[in-house]
Design a protein around this ligand. Sequence first.
Ligand SMILES: [Zn+2]
Length: 239
Amino acid sequence: MQVRIRLHQLYAQLQAPQLFAGKKILVLAPHPDDEVFGCGGALIKHVQAGHEIQVVYLTSGEQGIAGKMPTETIEIREREAQNALEIMGIPAKNAFFFRGPDGALHDKMAEMLQKTQQVLQNFQPDLIYLPSFLDRHADHFTANRLLQAALVKNVQVAAYEIWTPHIPNRLIDISRQIAIKQKAMQAYASQLAQLDYEAALLGLNRYRGGMYTNPEVVYAEAYMYLRSDVYFAEMPASY
Ligand SMILES: [Zn+2]
């Protein structure tokens, strides 16, 4: 029997655990920066707890620097990603760059699927972070379609928010990690030059922390934390 939830009721189930269960953590980042902007605080906590993290960058964001050639942009953004991971304490060998087409990820679905399945099979993660299917970006939605197609068994997913605030059922307090998260954000200088993501995402994290009833929580990340089949049952059919 398929279990269904109602997205608008998630907030009624709001809890704020120290961190999600899981020691083998996979992160799907459609672009270099999503892993920091969306779930960097939680990832720093996983590192501090000694958990293993692997990060898949589905694209290298080659459309993401105005006026620069894609080849040069790929080089810049992958270097920024390596620096951001180092700041968070994630080894460079745990990063995978799939180099799918930025802005048109769905055009390379078969190739992305095969590569994602390979990582899942090799790593066997017990928790997967990905952008929420409500996030208003086509590649972020495609990342959801991709994971849904790649999974052969249920796993816990923690969907993060970047472009579109969602209705969360979990908050992770990142008040003690925010300084490192901010430093990791600053590693993405090419992106901060396009838009003031640093102020925007710090603001979102401050809002999430500030609206929680515990005054000791200052900064927080908000997640839709669900078993994969329950989560994907709510996904819209198309972007
Ligand atoms: Zn993105």
